[in-house]
Design a protein around this ligand. Structure first.
Ligand SMILES: Nc1ncnc2c1ncn2[C@@H]1O[C@H](COP(=O)(O)OP(=O)(O)OP(=O)(O)O)[C@@H](O)[C@H]1O
Ligand SMILES: [Mg+2]
Length: 346
């Protein structure tokens, strides 16, 4: 439904996109992930005909983004990174206006506006001018506007950036529903968990190039995946603790570390901390906890850690000596020291 090959775009001397390829099958979600300035918005603007690419070709819903731009615009919805709604009009008027721009009859436009305001939790403020809305309310109104006509392809540029956790979850639900009805969705985000929850396929871009792409499970495995972190109460227990954990891992082929287990065990003697890969997430954690308890070793802190987005970028994008495209050889040195997610992360 979305196909791009070798897309290039420069702003004056600065190259924002340096040959980006993308392929999104119908009815799936593609998460475009990248740090500030990576080129996410530029790519969305190219795909939604707002910017003409300098090189490469792209088709959306069967329409070429340059040659068939007019036709293409009727087949897509877009919520840009910055609100496109009118400050002086009420929320309701804004949505009716969008509906009219899409040539909906007046009555249909009104009904659709009511429905969307309800769905986005804006019914109470529907008759207030947008300038009195909070940031999150504006964002929701903007997202509602992108859904006025249920388009086959929807582009959302950082849809949840200013939303509170409840609105964020509500939006995720709504998007999943749309996708289950057949919508193809491309969203940009800086949040790995958002891409993880919604996207069938994640494309990481950095400095205008695709740094890595694939299903989130593949990508996470490539950047190192979950790790268990154990902090021993006594420094003296560290050596024995390492032995106990190695015994657990070696004894269980499912949880085996591989031939050279020490390569992936990270030991911080000052903090009495041991970090190791948790191929099976919480299951690995439980085995380790039981073994340490059985050996009578006191533990100060035990948790499952996930790589943070920062680490994704560090590992996938910023090693100047690393090969292009991020081969599996890029994640071996060191290990993620991500935020602890405790026992809840599985
Ligand atoms: N209108 C413009 N004129 C000049 N340079 C621009 C323009 N728009 C974007 N750029 C540059 O192009 C690059 C990519 O910008 P883009 O907005 O696509 O990034 P992004 O991934 O969306 O970032 P963010 O996460 O901050 O939204 C940046 O270096 C940016 O400074
Ligand atoms: Mg952007």
């Amino acid at each position: 439904m979305i196909y791009a090959e070798g897309i290039r775009k420069r702003y004056g001397p600065a190259e924002a996109l340096r040959g980006v390829d993308l392929e999104v099958p119908a009815g799936t979600v593609c998460g475009l992930l990248g740090p500030n300035g990576a080129g996410k918005t530029t790519m969305v603007r190219v795909l939604t005909t707002l910017l003409r690419p300098d090189g490469g070709t792209a088709r959306v819903a069967g329409c070429d983004v340059v040659r068939d731009a007019d036709r293409l615009r009727y087949r897509i919805g877009l919520a840009g990174q910055h609100a496109a709604v009118d400050e002086l009009l009420t929320g309701h008027r804004n949505l009716v206006l969008f509906g009219r721009l899409y040539h909906l009859p007046r009555r249909t436009a009104r009904l659709r506006a009511d429905e969307l305001l309800e769905r986005f939790g804006l019914a109470d403020v529907a008759d207030r001018p947008v300038k009195t809305y909070s940031g999150g309310m504006r964002r929701r109104l903007d997202l509602a506007a992108s859904l006025i006509v249920s388009p086959p392809v929807l582009f959302l540029d950082e849809p949840t950036t200013v939303l509170d956790p409840r609105s964020r979850l509500a939006l995720w639900d709504m998007l999943r529903e749309l996708v289950s009805e057949g919508t193809t969705l491309l969203l940009t985000t800086q949040y790995l968990d958002e891409a993880d929850h919604l996207a069938d396929q994640i494309v990481v871009i950095d400095s205008g190039r695709v740094a890595a792409s694939g299903p989130s499970s593949e990508l996470k495995a490539r950047i190192g995946g979950d790790r268990v972190s154990v902090v021993f109460r006594e420094a003296a227990d560290l050596a024995e603790g390492v032995q106990v954990i190695r015994a657990v891992l070696q004894g269980d082929p499912e949880h085996r570390l591989g031939d050279e287990p020490d390569d992936r065990l990270e030991i911080d003697r000052a903090e009495h901390r041991l970090t190791l890969p948790a191929e099976h997430g919480a299951a690995s954690l439980i085995k380790i906890a039981a073994a340490l308890d059985g050996a009578g070793i006191a533990v100060e802190d035990l948790g499952l850690r996930r790589p943070t987005l920062d680490e994704v970028f560090l590992q996938l994008t910023t090693r100047p000596d690393a090969p292009e495209g991020g081969g599996p050889d890029r994640h071996e040195a060191g290990g993620p020291t991500g935020r602890a997610e405790g026992m809840t992360a599985a």
